[in-house]
Design a protein around this ligand. Structure first.
Ligand code: GLN
Length: 505
């Protein structure tokens, strides 16, 4: 008889969850550790100007959110989750090692070689993430029978894994890589790459033993729809290399030649909307729920584009405008990028308690998301206040950046998990993946937009937003985000009643 993996008490979690926790934790360690030094590496080692580096940061993080659509599709049909996680993880580790080479030789190599290595490293990271991220997230849900009440808490535990990695990555990579000597950035990439290999190792060693569904069968293996050819080593290696090559071209073109990514993402969402709304089998009720997904996805763009300044303009701010002396220790600018994750781990239980405590008065999902935007707005108001009337060249206390990240994290906890589960709940089964794609596309758009906005950082120059708002100092720069998120919050608050009706119709 097959050994059943159903825990006796339905309160415990299967061991597989902790295997996925560790896999994700090391991957996020790699991703956020690298991101913590990325813009500093671009501006201090590669000597890119801030505007170019910001735009490129947007191209990179934007593409990181869009490749999971491809990776998810191929895994579901051909490769299975486990194979995709391992392959994607190895591709990301290669990306980090290419960046390590780039960081080791940028001062002596010809600029073309440096540039080739740099874009290749980023392209590999983008391609690998596309296979890793959607698969690890979907495995979590598969550990439980459909409708199991433990799934929500499993995702909360998993989110902790993300943020333990997100907290330690910038600390480890920042400590060894962000030392004040640009030649040291390479160590951050090396450490990130090692973290990624550890993630893959956890999968290789423990998946078969522990990652099992409620029927005791190992999950995430090759799907029935797969073919022998599609899982042959040559197809996998060839396919991944081709995909990485495509990612290199995509990021190069978007950053250097033409910002096509915005148009591509708008076209993709429009296309998906046409497919869904023209489907005759969907009832009016279902279409109205789908509309809510599109509307909230639109609003999250304003959230993430301001939030994701963390790896861009806010890193310039941490580096140049923040007094980072803590006794005799000079806190590396990259350390500030771990604060968000540190605060998630600290505050998440508080929010979980709050939603339960509010019980029947628990606000609707769109209301919580509007609160998320408002908290983000207050975070920027806080830092804008901190830099108001500060003379150029004078550094401000770390309290401003730290307080802002605490407020942003409260916003994230109101908006991110709630939005994700809302999309899951409202999507008709038939279009579940497509609507998840809409959510990812909104994230991609926001990340690209974050880079474009960070390029407006007024660094001894005046910049302007769409020709209507001029920014001469950091105060006016931060107020742009106050206005953007504040207006979005207000409109979403005004729309909540209508959205609730559409969700229940
Ligand atoms: N910090 C989370 C992660 O890395 C969520 C980021 C997001 O949804 N934009 O997975």
């Amino acid at each position: 008889m097959k050994e059943m993996n159903v825990p006796k008490a339905q309160t415990g979690h299967p061991k597989g969850l902790y295997v996925l926790f560790a896999t994700e934790m090391w991957e996020r360690f790699n991703y956020y550790g690298m991101r913590a030094v990325l813009i500093l590496f671009m501006t201090k080692a590669l000597l890119f100007d801030k505007a170019f580096a910001s735009n490129l940061y947007g191209s990179y993080t934007g593409l990181v959110y869009i490749t999971p659509l491809v990776g998810g599709y191929i895994s579901d049909r051909y490769w299975g989750n486990r194979r995709s996680i391992i392959a994607g993880g190895l591709i990301m580790a290669i990306g980090e090692f290419i960046l390590f080479f780039c960081g080791s030789m940028y001062h002596s190599a010809a600029p073309q070689i440096t540039s080739l290595l740099f874009f290749s490293g980023l392209g590999f990271m983008i391609a690998g993430n596309g296979f890793f991220k959607p698969n690890i997230s979907s495995l979590v849900g598969q550990l439980y029978p459909k409708g199991d009440r433990r799934i929500d808490s499993a995702y909360t535990i998993f989110y902790m894994g993300i943020n333990v990695g997100g907290a330690f990555g910038p600390l480890a990579c920042g400590f060894f890589g962000d030392t004040g000597n640009p030649a040291d950035f390479k160590w951050a990439f090396l450490i990130g790459g090692i973290g990624m290999l550890l993630s893959v190792l956890v999968q290789v060693l423990f998946h078969h033993k522990y990652v099992k569904g409620s029927d005791g069968e190992v999950i995430g293996l090759t799907p029935a729809t797969s073919t022998k050819l599609s899982t042959s080593p040559i197809m996998i290696v060839g396919g991944l290399l081709a995909f990485a090559f495509l990612a290199i071209v995509l990021i190069y073109v978007d950053a250097n030649i033409f910002n096509y990514l915005f148009y591509l993402l708008i076209a993709a969402v429009t296309f998906i909307a046409i497919i869904i709304f023209s489907d005759k089998t969907l009832s009016g009720r279902e279409k109205s729920k789908v509309s809510v997904v599109f509307i909230v996805s639109f609003f999250v763009i304003f959230f993430w584009s301001a939030f994701e300044q963390a790896g861009a303009s806010l890193s310039f701010f941490a580096d140049e405008q923040t007094d980072r002396n803590l006794g005799s220790f000079l806190v590396p600018a990259s350390f500030f990028q771990s604060l968000n994750s540190v605060f998630v781990v600290s505050f998440a239980p508080l929010f979980a308690w709050l939603w339960v405590k509010l019980g029947k008065n628990d606000p609707s999902s769109p209301t919580k998301m509007a609160w998320g935007l408002l908290l983000l707005c207050i975070g920027y108001l806080w830092i804008a206040f901190g830099v108001k009337n500060v003379q150029p060249g004078i550094k401000v206390s770390m309290i401003w950046l730290t307080g802002m990240y605490a407020l942003h994290t409260c916003g994230e906890l109101c908006l991110s998990p709630i939005g994700l589960s809302l999309v899951n709940k409202l999507a008709p089964v038939k279009f579940a993946s497509l609507l998840m794609a809409v959510w990812f596309t909104a994230n991609a758009f926001a990340n690209k937009f974050a880079g474009v906005l960070s390029a407006l950082y007024p660094d001894n120059r005046t910049t302007n937003f769409l020709g209507i708002y001029e920014m001469t100092d950091l105060y006016s720069f931060f107020m742009l985000f106050v206005a953007m998120s504040g207006i979005a919050a207000l409109i979403l608050f005004l729309l909540t009643k209508q959205l609730q009706k559409m969700m229940q119709s």
